[in-house]
Design a protein around this ligand. Structure first.
Ligand code: NAP
Length: 307
């Protein structure tokens, strides 16, 4: 199937282009970006122009930041194209509901991707936890923003999510592996005085079985980067490390993939399946937890941030 990639920036180049190139389902037929291109692929700077010129391209994958994504997605849906959304699927929950409703009305597929859910050991962790009673779960997601988001001003603007941009990946795993739904009960947000979004966050969640659930997100981590989820249960302790690529149960380690390995090929395989079956996949639970933490969070002004 022919696909167009929109927003040729960091994640498009690092992950989407290689995942499409390595897939037997997809043929990258065009790009839309104001500044970026992919060698050998027809390039447009305007989405409308691409949609008009290339009626043979039935699927559009959006790799833009969250705030501009709604207008692009709606334009693609109105032009009768199936749509794949980078995470988070929009800037607000209401936008995502509107996109889903528009896709349903038009009989099109729309996919809110959560790449971290496709990390190597997430399915195994889900299976292991299914038969246990959860006592506590702790998320530790600490990375260096200067290393992973160099020069990206949008992450500090309203709707850019700040540290919830990586943190929502942890929330996508937690909502996938836990059998029960959780919700935010309180949060603290460290917000640099010159930014609109947090650089650090601590969140407490309510669990229906009374388990203690908490998350610490921090974008000020030098040295080792930490993407871990630890679950204590009645039968032992499970740790997902390296963003879900590695699992430890009572200290016994499984998996040797690097963070992000295999995640984007699995997203594109899922999108191919959705288009072939005429289905929609819009799980907004990670987004709900992130936006609720931002709504409930106590703001703590912190040092100014300079890239
Ligand atoms: P990015 O490089 O800053 O932006 C991607 C592209 O979007 C830019 O190159 C730009 O292309 C276009 N763009 C930016 N602002 C725009 C605007 N206001 N209107 C229209 N187009 C705009 O960001 P990224 O790191 O690739 O992240 C994009 C999305 O992928 C985010 O939602 C992020 O959460 C997700 N993601 C990122 C990573 C990562 O490691 N960076 C990992 C997983 C997921 P043009 O200027 O050429 O139009």
């Amino acid at each position: 199937m022919k696909i167009a990639l929109v927003g040729i920036g960091k994640i498009a180049v690092d992950q989407h282009v290689p995942a499409i190139a390595g897939s037997t389902d997809w043929d990258l037929a065009a790009t839309v970006s104001r500044h970026g291109k992919v060698d050998g692929i027809e390039a447009f700077t305007d989405l409308g122009a691409m949609l008009d010129a290339r009626s043979d391209i039935r699927v559009v994958s959006l790799c833009l930041p969250p705030v501009p994504r709604f207008d692009y997605a709606m334009q693609a849906l109105k032009a009768g194209r199936h749509v794949m959304l980078e995470k988070p699927p929009g800037a607000t929950i209401a936008e995502c509901h509107a996109l889903e409703a528009a896709a349903r009305r038009a009989g099109l597929s729309i996919y809110a991707t959560w790449h971290s859910r496709h990390a190597d050991m997430v399915a195994a962790a889900k299976e292991w936890l299914a038969g246990t009673a959860l006592r506590a779960l702790t998320v530790t997601w600490k990375e260096d923003v200067r290393r992973w988001h160099p020069g990206q001003a949008w992450i500090w603007e309203p709707g850019g999510l700040g540290v919830f941009d990586p943190g929502i990946n942890a929330l996508s795993i937690v909502t996938e592996i836990l059998p029960d739904d959780i919700h935010v009960s309180e949060a603290e947000l460290d917000i640099p005085e010159n930014c609109q979004t947090p650089i650090g966050a601590r969140i407490a969640f309510h669990h229906p079985g009374g388990a203690r659930i908490g998350a610490v997100f921090d974008w000020r981590q030098d040295g080792d980067q930490t993407w871990e989820i630890e679950a204590q249960t009645d039968v032992g302790t499970l740790r997902l490390c390296e963003g879900g690529a590695v699992m430890e149960v009572d200290g016994i380690r499984t998996g040797d993939a690097a963070p992000l390995d295999g995640e984007y090929p699995r997203l594109y395989a899922r999108m191919a399946q959705l288009v072939r079956k005429g289905e929609i996949d819009m799980d907004l639970r990670p987004m709900t937890l992130a936006t609720d933490a931002l709504a409930l969070g106590r703001r703590i002004p912190t040092d100014t941030f300079h890239d």
